[in-house]
Ligand binder design. Structure first.
Ligand SMILES: NC(=O)C1=CN([C@@H]2O[C@H](COP(=O)(O)OP(=O)(O)OC[C@H]3O[C@@H](n4cnc5c(N)ncnc54)[C@H](OP(=O)(O)O)[C@@H]3O)[C@@H](O)[C@H]2O)C=CC1
Ligand SMILES: CC(C)(CO)C(=O)C(=O)O
Length: 353
């Protein structure tokens, strides 16, 4: 990345709106991909970020389809199940030197996870990936088809371009084009693909992205084991997001009530067992997770925001993928399954009314 970095942010909701505005405020050349009411609001009134008592408005170039020269950085900030559909809108600005930063919850499509036999199985992108990149020996066999149906993402984004990312963000979008950020966003970044040790050179470019994000006011950490860092966040979301929908309660309430604390701890333990069986090293102790949840106060999880907005829930990447991996490894996850089922029932039943 040289000169002024150019960034395209796809998905201007709570997270994309926050990050795009922070980058624009720091002087980056920001363009955005948006649609519908959000696109109309961006064109009419620009993008506004509210944090603390402050408000900042910028006017990034906004379109349904990105165009122009390849960008230094493309940020994907849509729900996991929306990634496949948004990819064609940003593909024209992903060049050979573009880095792609997905700020997305759940088990990521790029994550390599061996099955119990350590052998790759029928993951749709597996054949292509392995031919293009011999380092990807064991794509996430059980979760791949769930988080990347048809292998669209695996086939469309070079593994070496992807920056692994874990997002600790507390944002909402109360009206189209207006992002509300409750506390300073924190991102953990790491080389996503399995081939770091085999000559991929995302290191210096990743450092430039980290500097850019820091200059924008985001807390940025590096993880040498991004897959385990991702798993900690998967577990946190698994333990709180479906439960937040079932209870229709903000995080702080879930983290202080004895009944819901017991459920959070039970799901966290199940999720950690699955991660450990996948060869990961989850480090987030259930007690620490409970403290974090209790400290989150009145914030609604992104899944509860979707439920309240009558939008589909991100249950595939956050719930189904973990349940599928548990099945492959022969691990029982009864509390997780129950909460995922209840959240799905509740959201589907409500949307059908
Ligand atoms: N909100 C939060 O605080 C946190 C969220 N996350 C994760 O970050 C990711 C993004 O979440 P969040 O920002 O909350 O989600 P939002 O639903 O608020 O934002 C997603 C945005 O992407 C847009 N979008 C989706 N598909 C397309 C498309 N094809 N073309 C153009 N725009 C599109 C949506 O538009 P439309 O409204 O038209 O569908 C929406 O504006 C998720 O994985 C979430 O779990 C992680 C940490 C915290
Ligand atoms: C729990 C939280 C807010 C943490 O960043 C999150 O990831 C979400 O809302 O989905």
């Amino acid at each position: 990345m040289s000169g002024g970095p150019s960034v395209c942010v796809a998905g201007i909701g709570a997270v994309g709106g926050t990050v795009a505005a922070m980058l624009a405020r720091a002087g980056a050349d920001v363009s955005v991909v948006a649609r519908g009411a959000t696109l109309a609001a961006l064109r009419a009134d620009g993008l506004t970020l509210r944090e603390g008592g402050a408000s900042f408005t910028c006017r990034p170039r906004a379109a349904e389809q990105a165009s122009g020269p390849a960008r230094d950085l493309v940020i994907l900030a849509v729900k996991s199940h929306q990634l496949g559909a948004v990819l064609p809108a940003v593909a024209p600005v992903i060049g050979p030197d573009t880095l792609v930063l997905p700020i997305v919850n759940g088990v990521p499509w790029w994550m390599t996870l061996p099955g119990p036999d350590g052998v790759k199985s029928a993951y749709p992108g597996a054949a292509n990936l392995s031919a293009a990149n011999p380092c990807i020996a064991n794509p996430c066999a059980a979760a791949g088809p769930i988080v990347d149906p048809g292998g669209v993402l695996a086939g469309g984004i070079a593994p070496s371009a992807i920056l692994g990312c874990v997002a600790y963000v507390f944002s909402t979008m109360p009206q189209p084009g207006v992002a509300l950020c409750a506390r300073q966003p924190r991102l953990v970044l790491g080389v996503a693909e399995a081939g770091a040790s085999a000559g991929y050179s995302t290191g210096p470019a990743m450092a430039a992205v980290m500097d850019l994000l820091r200059a924008a006011g985001i807390l940025v950490e590096h993880s040498a084991d991004i897959r385990s860092a991702v798993w900690d966040k998967v577990v946190a979301n698994l333990a709180t997001n479906p439960l937040s929908v079932v209870c229709e309660a903000p995080l702080g309430q879930l983290g202080t009530d004895e009944q819901t604390r017991a459920l959070i701890a039970a799901v966290a333990r199940e999720g950690q067992q699955v991660g450990a069986a996948c060869g990961l090293h989850p480090a987030l102790a259930p007690e620490h997770l409970l403290d974090m949840v209790a400290a989150a106060g009145g914030h609604d999880t992104s899944m509860l925001q979707d439920y309240r907005g009558r939008r589909p829930l991100e249950l595939a990447a956050i719930g189904d993928s973990v349940i599928a991996l548990a099945r492959v490894h022969g691990i029982a996850v009864p509390v997780t399954q129950t909460l995922v089922r209840l959240a799905r029932f509740k959201s589907t039943a409500d949307r059908e009314k």
